[in-house]
Design a protein around this ligand. Sequence first.
Ligand code: SF4
Length: 309
Amino acid sequence: MVYLALQRHYNAPKNQPHNKTIAIQKCGNYPYEISLRFAGCQLKCGACYSASYSWHPCFINSNRVVNNKTINDLVNDYNALPTGQPPYNWMRIVGGEPLKNQNYVDFLFNFLKSIQNTHIFNNKVIIQTNGIYLGQELLGNQNTNFSNILKQHLNDLKKIHPQLQIVIEISIKGSNANEFQLISQSNPNLFQYNIGVYNALKNLNISNLRPTVVAGFGINESLLLPGSRVSKNTRILTILNSNRTPIFHNSGWSPDFKNLYNDFLQDCKNRNINFQKMPMHGFDPNSGWGRNAIVNAKKYIIKYIIIIF
Ligand code: SF4
């Protein structure tokens, strides 16, 4: 079964119900992005931006969550979007966890295969994932056929939409297994999949797929790395480890995280992408989702939250 979180366009009146599977959201430059939101997740991050429709098992009680939408329903909402120039920046696929299991993966790719006119969103799809399911299948269950299934989906997509690029953005939940447990409130053994899936996806060598990583719940701009700077007026929130160092501090990096960090920077260099550091998604206390995340974080991990001015 596939659970979706319904949305409303960013400029819809607040009293309008969430009733769209595909909606325009305010991200990037005008005319912003279009997004599709899945519901449910294997993890339970204390500062989850979408806890009400992500955390198991409470997500099914959210009045935004539905499990009866068909691919046709999504295509109809997609076709109803206003279009013009310039195009939307991209289509963002987000959750909850959009790649939670095989049903979710098939549903997502079958939807992408069913739409037309992908130039209206610049031919760019960004899938934000924790990578746990992909990692379990690609790294943990070597005897399954999952890599072939994924390749088949991407090959089919390439035939239908030759210009379409799929970016899978893996949100890394900590620089070691303890931090993973602290952030995700989940089994630390899952860290190996979260950290390992970037290379597993790269090794598939699929031309229309680009894996990338962000450090989830790191501070907005890293104060932790040499050469980092932040304006005096910027308010930053992050999470402290039990030894009082901020998460992602380089004193705690596991060998796997170090390798991942270096691989990521090397890959950026090879592609002429100007990243000097791994990007970090922190809490923005001034955004709607940031406020929700902080409310959740305070319930679960308050002693680990710090504010730096
Ligand atoms: S992985 Fe993402 S959706 Fe899942 S609980 Fe963590 S922040 Fe929420």
